[in-house]
Design a protein around this ligand. Structure first.
Ligand code: CP
Length: 345
C-alpha cells in the first residue's frame, strides 16, 4: 500500500489515484471479513472517535460509529440539540472540549461549507494532533459518500478486484439536483480520477452549464491536480438521450432544504422528466445499476418499485459498503500500526 499523507479528509480534490487505490483495497479487505464470530479488529484500540453532526444524518453518522466500533475504538456521539451550544458555547469550543477529552478523530457534518476545514486549521494552529474527517459540509463535499459510491461501482464492474481501473472509460450518468449536491461534487472528483466519463443530466435550474468545467482547473488550494489524467464531464439535458449510453446511473435527492427558492415547477413533472422507473431503464443497453446516496424521495427521484428491485438498485449495497469505506478511512488516519497483521489475527 502507498504511504498515506492526509492527516484530515476534507474533500477528494486532493486525492491522488494512489490514494483512491489505498482506500478501495483496504475497504475490500474489510468487506470480506466474516459477518459472524468476532467482528472486531483491534486496529483502533484506545483511540477515541467523536461524531459531531450539526445536521441530521442516518447513514453517515451510524456507519462511521459502527466502523469505529468494528475497529475497537471508543466512540462518542455529540447531539447538538442537547448540548452546551444552547448556553452560547461556540462550535470551536465544543470541538476543543472533545480534543481535551482525548479525541483522535472528529467526524464533522455542518450545513455551512468549509466548517470542517476551518476546524482542522484551528486544531493545527493549536498544536493538537486530532484529525478532522468531513461528514458533509454545505454544498461543498461529502468525501466518504463519494468513496463509497466509487467502491460500489468498482465492485459492480469487478467484484473480485475492485479498483479505480474497473471504472476506466465507463460512462456514469448523474441525474437530478446537482447544484445543491455535495455528493455530486465528490462523485465528480472520484469518478473522473478513475478515468470514468461523467454525463450530468438535469434542468438548468438544478444543473448550471459551468459544471462541465468542474474538474478542469487545479483543485482549490493546489498548484496542480494530483491526478495525472481525468475522465471527461458532459451535460445532456434529456434523460431519454442520456440513458442509452450509461453503464451506471447515480440519481440524487431533490434537496429542498438547500434551495433559496423553489426550482422545479412541480414534483409530478420533475418525476416524468428526470425520475427513474423500470420502463425508462429499457432505454439502457445493458443491465444498468442504479445508485442513490439516500435518503430517497420515493416516487420523485425513482419509483418505489425500482428502489426495491435489488437486482437493479444498489442503494442497500451502498449502505453496506459505507461501513467498509469508513473503516478504511478511520484506519488510514488513526491506526498506529498499519501492518497487515490486523487481518491475520
Ligand atoms: N447519504 C447521506 O449522507 O445520508 P445521511 O444524511 O443519512 O447521512
Amino acid at each position: 500500500m502507498n504511504p498515506w499523507n492526509h492527516r484530515h479528509i476534507i474533500d477528494l480534490a486532493s486525492f491522488s489515484q494512489e490514494d483512491y487505490e489505498s482506500v478501495l483495497q483496504l475497504a475490500q479487505r474489510f468487506r470480506a471479513l466474516p459477518k459472524t464470530g468476532s467482528r472486531k479488529l483491534p486496529a483502533l484500540q484506545g483511540r477515541l472517535i467523536v461524531t459531531l453532526f450539526f445536521e441530521p444524518s442516518t447513514r453517515t453518522r451510524s456507519s462511521f460509529e459502527l466502523a469505529a466500533k468494528r475497529l475497537s475504538a471508543d466512540v462518542q456521539s455529540f447531539n447538538p440539540n442537547n448540548s452546551a451550544l444552547s448556553k452560547g458555547e461556540t462550535l470551536l469550543d465544543t470541538a476543543v472540549t472533545y480534543v481535551a477529552m482525548g479525541a483522535d478523530v472528529l467526524v464533522v457534518r455542518h450545513r455551512s461549507t468549509s466548517v470542517p476545514e476551518q476546524l482542522a486549521l484551528a486544531l493545527e494552529r493549536m498544536g493538537t494532533k486530532t484529525s478532522v474527517l468531513n461528514g458533509g459540509d454545505g454544498l461543498h463535499s461529502h468525501p466518504s459518500q463519494g468513496l463509497l459510491d466509487l467502491f460500489t461501482l468498482a465492485r459492480f464492474f469487478d467484484p473480485l478486484n475492485p479498483s479505480i481501473k474497473s471504472l476506466k472509460d465507463k460512462n456514469i450518468l448523474i441525474v437530478g439536483d446537482i447544484l445543491h449536491s455535495r455528493v455530486a461534487r465528490s462523485n465528480l472528483w472520484a469518478l473522473t480520477a478513475s478515468g470514468a466519463n461523467v454525463v450530468l443530466c438535469g434542468p438548468p435550474s438544478l444543473l448550471p452549464e459551468d459544471f462541465k468545467d468542474f474538474v478542469k482547473a487545479p483543485p482549490p488550494g493546489q498548484k496542480q491536480d494530483p491526478v495525472r489524467e481525468r475522465g471527461k464531464i458532459e451535460i445532456i439535458r434529456s434523460l431519454n438521450e442520456a440513458l442509452p449510453r450509461a453503464d451506471a446511473v447515480i440519481t440524487l435527492r431533490l434537496q429542498k432544504e438547500r434551495m433559496r427558492e423553489y426550482l422545479v415547477t412541480d414534483l409530478y413533472s420533475y418525476h416524468c422528466e428526470y425520475g427513474l422507473n423500470h420502463e425508462k431503464l429499457n432505454l439502457c443497453k445493458n443491465p444498468t445499476p442504479i445508485l442513490h446516496p439516500g435518503p430517497v424521495n420515493r416516487g420523485i427521484e425513482m419509483s418505489s418499485a425500482l428502489l426495491d428491485d435489488h437486482s437493479i438498485s444498489l442503494v442497500n449495497e451502498q449502505v453496506t459498503n459505507g461501513i467498509s469505506i469508513r473503516m478504511a478511512l478511520l484506519y488510514l488516519i488513526a491506526a498506529n500500526d498499519q501492518s497487515n497483521d490486523i487481518f491475520e489475527r
